[in-house]
Write a protein that binds this ligand. Sequence first.
Ligand code: 5GP
Ligand code: MN
Ligand code: MN
Length: 322
Amino acid sequence: MSRREVAQLIENMEGKILITSHKNPDGDAIGSALGWFNFLRKLKRDIKVILYDNVPYFYDFLPNVGKIVSSKRIDKQFDWAIILDVSEVSRTGFDSIPAKNSLVIDHHVTANPESTFAVVEPSMPSTCELSLEIMRLIGEDLIDYEVALPIYTGMVTDTGSFGYSSTTPQTLRNAAFLLEKGGINPYTVIKNLFERNRLTRIKLLQKVLETLDFALNGKIAHITLYQRFLEETGAGIEETEGFIGYPRSIEGVEVAVFFKEYEPGRWKVSLRSKGSVNVAAISSRFGGGGHVMAAGFEYSGAEGLEKLKEELFHAIGEALSQ
Ligand code: 5GP
Ligand code: MN
Ligand code: MN
C-alpha cells in the first residue's frame, strides 16, 4: 500500500485497536508503538498496546510507557491490529493476533507480510521514521511532545544515533522536525538510553567480553552469553542491548556475532556487518532475517553451539570470498 492509502486507512479505523510489535522489543518497536498510541489517542481511538516481552527499564522515560501491557497471551478480540517493526506473526511471540483486520508497518525485507494490509519499506532506517512520515500525512498538528519523543527515540536507536549507513538527509530533517515540534532536547534521550547502565549490566558485559573470540583470520569476532552469566550477575537478558557493538568495533572485523543462550540450550544469534557481507541473507539461511547490516535468528539444534558456529562461520566465509 502507498503511504497515503495507509494514512487514510488509519484515519478511518474504528472500534478497538490493538498495537503490537516483535519479541524482545527494541527502541524502534517501543517507540513506534508508543508514538502511534499517543497519536491515535489524540484522535480519540480506543487503543491497547500489548507486547510479548517486558519493556527494558531504559525506555521508562517515554510518555505513557506504563500503559504498555506485557503479556504472553492476548485474550480480547480487536477490530484492528497495528503490527509494527515486524511482518510475521510468529515474531510477535503470540500464536495469533485476534483482530478482524490488521495493518503491518515495517522496514524489514519481507516476502509476505502476514496481515490484511501492509506498508513495508526496507529503505527506511526505522519503523519510527516511516510511521512519522505517515503521521505527517494525517496531521502534523497532532505531533506533540508525547508523540515526538518516542518516535525520535526509535529513530535514534535504529540508526545508531544517526550514524548507520541507513541514515539519510531526510532522516535528519525528520529528526529536526521532531526536536522542534516536540520541544525535545536530544540529550534527554541519549542520557536516558545510554547513561543509566545498571551495575548488573556492566558485570554481565565483563563476563561476555571474556568470551571474545575470532574466526576467519580476525574477520569474524564473536561473543557468547551463557545462561549462568545471568544468574551470576543478576542481570536480565534485555541488558545485553548494544553489547555486539564491542566485537563489531574491532579493527579488521567484518562480521560480529553474539550468541545468547536465552533458555538452556536455546540460542538467539545476532549478526552485525560492516558492509561487505549481507547478514540478512546469512540469517535467512538459518531461519531468521533482518537487514543487510544487522540481522539475527534463533537456534535450538540438538548438535549444539559448536556445530552452529562451524556452519555459520563457513557461510560467512563463503559470503566474504564472493
Ligand atoms: P538483534 O540482533 O538486535 O536482535 O536484531 C537485529 C535485526 O535482525 C533486527 O532488525 C531484527 O528484526 C532482525 N532479527 C533478529 N532476530 C531475528 C529472527 O529471529 N528472525 C527474523 N526474521 N529477524 C530477526
Ligand atoms: Mn526492531
Ligand atoms: Mn526497526
